[in-house]
Design a protein around this ligand. Structure first.
Ligand SMILES: [Zn+2]
Length: 316
């Protein structure tokens, strides 16, 4: 049976179960908590463990932590996983605001970056013993700038060298998922091994079907962030795409985090109360059923499709 590397070791893909495909354990600005007294590590570990246990009690077995390397803290994730028992798959890769380190064009080439990503996947992240099993990359409001393009090419090369899937961040309103597919295709990537993330921020059926017709999965993965698209529209868009025969190409998630340092902690539940891991099992799944989505399609989007994403393995 194929296995996938999680924080706690290899797991049979048949045991992934209900999987949230784009979440975060911790999103933290590099260098801040190491240099200012703004982070209570023990308290945040307790809170993160409690959040994961709550969603595990609702039947979620696996969470894909798509935090890129420039925002992550693997030792924190490792401790949260050990104490909660959640199956967590972590990512390698770099965000769209490319760190200056990777802008030294002559030496830090896409090939150089790809080697670093492949090391995370094949050997493990630094000395943590944790191996990444997905590559994250991102294109946002600035589109495919030269820096972003180099990271997309590095991600494609690392994907082909290691065989682990690519899962992206996009600005869906600017339809940049198609631009990502163009870059990947030019690197010889099989687009069926790519998840174009944050597609659920759009209700443009033509755009969404165009992404899937090229073979990719799409992430309907920002439930709870109504400012990008309200919950009702997210649900009706999925229901429409299921009617059109695309249930086997969608995955679900919130893009939520146990700890997210871009906003004061107390503001998050006040401003976006549904942006948390329990929202899909508690509210979205029943809403999808009410909108006419068959149980079989709900299962595809939450269990079967994630499994298939991680079962396509091997370099090429
Ligand atoms: Zn994210």
């Amino acid at each position: 049976m194929p296995t996938v590397n999680t924080v706690s070791g290899p797991v049979d893909t048949a045991d992934l179960g209900f999987t949230l495909m784009h979440e975060h354990i911790m999103v933290q600005s590099s260098g801040v908590k190491e240099n200012f007294p703004v982070f209570d590590r023990e308290a945040q570990i307790d809170k993160a463990v409690a959040k994961l246990r709550e969603v595990m009690a609702r039947g979620v077995r696996t969470l894909v932590d798509l935090t890129p390397a420039d925002w992550r803290d693997i030792s924190f994730v490792k401790e949260v996983v050990a104490r909660s028992g959640m199956q967590v798959i972590v990512a390698t890769g770099i965000y769209w605001e490319v760190p200056h380190f990777f802008r030294a064009l002559s030496t830090r080439t896409p090939e150089y970056m790809a080697e670093l990503f492949a090391r995370d996947i094949n050997e493990g992240i630094m000395d943590t013993g944790v191996r990444a099993a997905v590559i994250k990359c991102a294109t946002d409001e600035t589109g495919v700038t030269p820096d972003v393009e180099r990271v997309l090419r590095a991600s494609a090369k690392a994907h082909r060298a290691t065989g682990v899937p690519i899962s992206t961040h996009t600005d869906a309103s600017r339809k940049v998922g198609l631009n990502q597919q163009d870059v990947f295709e030019s690197e010889g990537v099989d687009l069926g091994r790519v998840v174009i993330g944050h597609s659920g921020d759009s209700d443009d059926i033509e755009y969404l079907t165009a992404l899937m017709k090229r073979g990719s999965y799409i992430g309907m993965d920002r439930f709870g962030l109504d400012q990008f698209l309200p919950q009702e529209k997210r649900v009706s868009t999925i229901a429409r795409l299921c009617e059109l025969g695309y249930a086997e190409k969608m995955v679900l998630s919130h893009d939520a985090a146990c700890y997210f340092d871009w906003a004061p902690e107390e503001l998050i539940p006040a401003v976006v109360p549904n942006w948390q891991f329990n929202f899909i099992p508690d509210v979205v799944v029943p809403a999808l059923r009410e909108a006419g989505v068959a149980d079989e399609h709900v299962r595809m989007m939450t269990v079967d499709n994630p499994r298939r994403v991680f079962e396509r393995q091997g370099p090429y």
